[in-house]
Design a protein around this ligand. Structure first.
Ligand code: GDP
Ligand code: MG
Length: 598
């Protein structure tokens, strides 16, 4: 029976431990892609993924493997991102699988995201297959990592696969273990169809393309499918598997992972996490939903050219289909005009979305400085949620402000514990506890305001620990804090999009730094521009941007043509993400200045 020969698994790991490279080797060793088609990090199909060397989207593909027992098996492999901002992608991948291949770097050992992924896998009742990767590295210590897996994670690691994805070692062992240890799916082939939508993407020709995991039943082209959350029905046009190119099939059955198109034009109708059934024999219950992720960071996104506003809405809708953790709603800014308030899982997510909007939809955008959601109690007793600093009520109307806190788990070698504590303290953290994992490593736990974490905590943590620390965090709730709104005035006008919310103790420092930083990034204008930082009516810092004296190229005497051309081009590029705020041209960097301080 075919189902007994299906194996569905995800590859999970801390970032850079080698998931994508391992997936490459699996594709190659099973002959799924030929030598000629092969390139590094094959499944990172977005340009952005290739350039940055990180996986952003999950990727599901089918491949065939002939095992030592002579049987042909069907593998569905899902490669997942490792960065904490994209753990939503991981949790959805896991919901479509029976097993998880857990990759651990033989030189680094277990890190924070390794553990986070293990918890996700356990929550989904998955069989975990440990792989100790990069054993080719001189610093590799597979025995120590093996022990760590047993001690820290508490799973058997005696026969963990010892691998080098780079040098193609251990891959056969892994493929055999997948056959032996990952359970085959056990869905009911005869029963009513239940299939989980775990991803989707908009294709201009085919409409919405859904990635699904069929739990029960069989779907054929021509069947009328029904989306269980809203009852909408569609006729299946095409279904099939990715290998890694789409290959149409005659059916997808319980246990299969594949894609479906059904001329779905209305993007809102199919949401990731929904269950599909068949209209003529519907299931009574949808499949269990996986954990929804709520955005943690908000910012405004505005078109540089206001006539792109409609296109921006279109682009956001299409991206949301592919990234259900993205949220947006319309907002207006006095300084920037019409745009959208968008919610993200973290700063990397925000950065990636802005870049995808610009590249995939050819838009030119300005993003405002990010903010978390604050809870504000007004003097009349009512509470409001503020995700945009410019909407903070007047100081005189505020009774109290609460901000979100996270429990942060920071895993480091003992020698860096001091540095971690110093940094966490500086970021307003409260020490909770410290756990010794083994002779070398410590798990340091702090409660820290989310706003401090999302800004530059991770980068600073890395630089304070020579890159050895890893971080995982979860929201634990709201706590009162002494917070104030800091306004920025350009040319004596408050620029709403530059307002930030800061702790009162840091307000003066932040104000001074911000004003200095803005002076660096805002180019000179035809006239002198005063920059001021204010709390309420009170100016706490100020400086001036001097006026432009002459044409920047004049001093090149027109002699060096290429140099002159370069400078002009550079100016043109600089213009790209630049927005007129009143009479002042403000570049994108100005809105991000807050991230770039200390
Ligand atoms: P991911 O973030 O987990 O997907 O990791 P990647 O597959 O992108 O790999 C991260 C880096 O580690 C890349 O530079 C790879 O070339 C490198 N790498 C992956 N596997 C191995 C290995 O077995 N040995 C060595 N030396 N390097 C590896
Ligand atoms: Mg990767």
């Amino acid at each position: 029976q075919r189902q007994e020969r299906i194996r569905n698994f995800s590859i999970v790991a801390h970032i850079d431990h080698g998931k994508s490279t391992l997936a490459d080797r699996i594709l190659q060793n099973t002959g799924t892609v030929s030598e000629r088609e092969m390139r590094d990090q094959m499944l990172d199909s977005m340009d952005l993924e290739q350039e940055r060397g990180i996986t952003i989207k999950l990727n599901a593909i089918e491949l065939e493997y002939t095992a030592k027992d002579g049987e042909r098996y069907i593998f569905h492999l899902i490669d997942t991102p490792g960065h904490v901002d994209f753990s939503y992608e991981v949790s959805r991948s896991l919901a479509a699988c029976e097993g998880a291949v857990l990759v651990v770097d033989a030189a680094q050992g277990i890190e924070a995201q390794t553990l986070a992924n293990v918890y996700l896998a356990l929550e989904n009742d998955l069989e975990i297959l440990p792989v100790i990767n990069k054993i080719d590295l001189p610093a590799a210590n597979p025995e120590a990592v093996q022990e760590e897996i047993e001690d820290v994670i508490g799973i058997e690691a005696d026969d963990a696969v010892l691998a080098s994805a780079k040098a193609n070692i251990g891959i056969d062992d892994l493929l055999e273990q997948i056959v032996e240890k990952v359970p085959a799916p056990t869905g009911d082939l005869e029963g009513p169809v239940q299939a989980l939508i775990f991803d989707s993407v908009y294709d201009p020709y085919r409409g919405v393309v859904l990635s699904i995991r069929v739990q029960n039943g069989v779907i054929h082209p021509g069947d009328t499918i029904q989306i269980m959350s809203n009852g909408k029905t569609y006729e299946v046009v095409e279904l099939g598997i990715m290998s890694p190119k789409p290959i149409p099939r005659d059916y997808l059955m319980a246990g299969d992972v594949g894609y479906v198109t059904a001329s779905i034009k209305d993007i809102q109708d199919t949401r990731v996490g929904d269950t599909i059934t068949l209209a003529d024999n519907p299931a009574t219950e949808p499949l269990e939903q996986y954990r929804q992720m709520n955005p943690m960071v908000y910012c405004g996104i505005y078109p540089v050219d206001s006539s792109d506003y409609g296109d921006l809405r279109d682009a956001l809708e299409k991206l949301q289909l592919n990234d259900a953790s993205l949220e947006f709603e319309a907002e207006t800014s006095q300084a920037l005009g019409f745009g959208y308030r968008c919610g993200f899982l973290g700063l990397l997510h925000m950065d990636v979305i802005q870049e995808r909007l610009e590249r995939e939809f050819n838009l030119n955008l300005i993003a405002t400085s990010p903010s978390v959601i604050y809870h504000v109690q007004k003097t009349d007793g009512s509470w409001v949620e503020v995700d945009n600093p410019s909407e903070m009520p007047d100081n005189t109307n505020i009774e109290s402000v609460e901000e979100p806190y996270v429990k942060a788990e920071i895993m480091v070698p003992q020698e860096f514990v001091g540095a971690v504590m110093e940094l966490s303290q500086k970021k307003r953290g409260n020490f909770v506890t410290m756990q010794y994992l083994d002779d070398i490593r410590v798990n340091v736990i702090y409660e820290i305001p989310l706003s401090e974490i999302v800004f530059d905590f991770f980068d600073q943590l890395k630089s304070h620990t020579k890159g050895y620390a890893s971080l995982d965090y979860e929201i634990i709730g709201y706590r009162p804090s002494n917070l104030v709104k800091l306004d920025i005035l350009l040319n004596n006008e408050v620029v709403d999009a530059l307002s930030i919310i800061v702790h009162r103790d840091f307000a003066y420092d932040r104000g001074k730094n911000l004003v200095r930083k803005l002076k660096e990034v805002i180019p000179r204008q035809q006239f002198e521009v005063p920059i001021q930082a204010a709390i309420g009516q009170k100016i706490i810092a100020r400086t001036n941007i001097k006026s432009l004296r002459k044409d920047v190229t004049a001093k090149l005497y027109g002699g060096d043509v290429t140099r002159r051309q370069k400078l002009l081009n550079k100016q043109k590029e600089g213009k790209k993400r630049m927005k007129a705020v009143g009479s002042v041209e403000v570049p994108q960097e100005a809105f991000m200045a807050i991230l770039d301080m200390d």
